[in-house]
Write a protein that binds this ligand. Sequence first.
Ligand code: FES
Length: 158
Amino acid sequence: MTVQEIVAKRGNARENLLQILHDLQDSTEGNYLRREDVEVLAREMLLSVSDIVGTATFYTMFSLKPRGRHIIRLCESPPCYIMGEENIREAIREKLGIDFGETTADGLFTLEPSSCLGSCGVAPVMMIDDELYGNLTRDKVGRILDGIAAREPLAAGA
Ligand code: FES
């Protein structure tokens, strides 16, 4: 979807900005907000570019740099930390070769830290795209990542 189509769908009121940024990021290859799109968006919404960039950088779910197709958000808040977040981070590092802020060479996964994801009762927790995974163990993380990679067209054809 183009910026104009997204704004037409949501309406150009300021209160729609977060949803518009979500739509825009989701429809952009590389899962991020491109500078040129932000400039068009600013014109369409009668906002300044710095206003939109300020909003985008305030929320961790938005990125101004290209990212992998799937975003892994690993919760680092105290309940998850106590329940073994570091162990899960290590498992991801071993499995995918990436740490926080990094993307796999095949462009499939980006790993990001997250604050509480609202599911402390099943800590440690991570979210991949819109799906939440709890009660994580090293083995479980491996199976989840294998399952997602196997659904990718390239992996399926390999
Ligand atoms: S602290 Fe991790 S989900 Fe709440």
